[in-house]
Design a protein around this ligand. Structure first.
Ligand SMILES: N[C@@H](CCC(=O)N[C@@H](CS)C(=O)NCC(=O)O)C(=O)O
Length: 237
């Protein structure tokens, strides 16, 4: 049994999707991020970074893993699925996984901060992070032109990137002009395990249908958690 500490965010959903795809038994513990549960000492013992997601593998002497990319690798290797064993195949998957961890995630995360949550509208910062997200989307689109998935068969690289790209509207970045990316977003979104994973836990914001008013209400809730450089609080991605 695996304990999953998570919330309804792209980084959290990467892990629940992988657990569903691998059919691994797990218990979901949803952390109330706005209440700062992730900064409590008991959770810092599991993840010193005080963020979700994190897992504890009860079958392995309560072995704890934090950082969503490392969790995906751990789960894939534990099951021998979603990550090839041969050196080149493995490297290709890890390249696209790192592309998400070092690129898509941080850029879209900051686009969200400046477009949705930051108290002041700093247009150059919004432009920078939305523009960089779009550039990275173009890289994915070009890759997916002649590849069904990002690296060989469906893998943890697809799961990691998909969990973020599907939330592109929240970051204010359109993908209408990127047909290969759209095709891939729709195909992965149709997988039963993926549909189940994004409900673990379910988001209170419907990214597709939220009106501007609903979006503003949700952003207001998250705002208090965002690092502005003044409060000493840590930020949300
Ligand atoms: N690089 C980390 C990022 C984790 C992260 O930013 N988690 C966010 C939610 S997606 C969080 O826990 N925010 C709450 C906080 O910062 O206190 C990962 O991929 O696991």
């Amino acid at each position: 049994m695996i304990d999953l500490y998570s919330a309804a965010t792209p980084n959290g959903h990467k892990v629940s999707i992988a657990l569903e795809e691998l059919a691994l038994p797990y218990e979901l513990h949803t952390l109330e991020l706005q209440q700062g549960v992730q900064k409590e000492p008991w959770f810092l013992a599991i993840n010193p970074n005080g963020r979700i997601p994190a897992i504890v593998d009860r079958a392995q002497d309560n072995f704890a893993v934090f950082e969503s990319g490392a969790i995906l690798m751990y789960l894939a290797e534990k099951n021998g699925q979603l990550l090839p064993a041969d050196v080149k195949g493995r490297s290709q998957v890890l390249q696209w996984l790192m592309f998400q961890m070092g690129g898509i995630g941080p850029m879209m995360g900051q686009a969200n901060v400046f477009y949705r949550y930051f108290p002041e509208k700093i247009q150059p910062a919004i432009d920078r992070y939305q523009g960089e997200s779009k550039r990275l989307f173009r890289v994915l689109d070009a890759r997916l032109k002649d590849h069904e998935f990002l690296a060989g068969d469906y893998s943890i690289a697809d799961i990691a990137n998909w969990a973020w790209v599907r939330t592109h509207k929240w970051s204010g970045v359109a993908i209408d002009d990127l047909p290969n990316l759209k095709r891939w977003v729709d195909a992965i979104g149709a997988r039963p395990a993926v549909q189940k994973g994004i409900l673990m836990p379910a988001s209170e914001r419907d990214l597709e249908k939220a009106t501007e008013q609903e979006a503003a209400k949700f952003a207001e809730k998250v705002r208090g958690m965002v690092e502005t450089g003044q409060s000493g609080k840590q930020g949300a991605a």
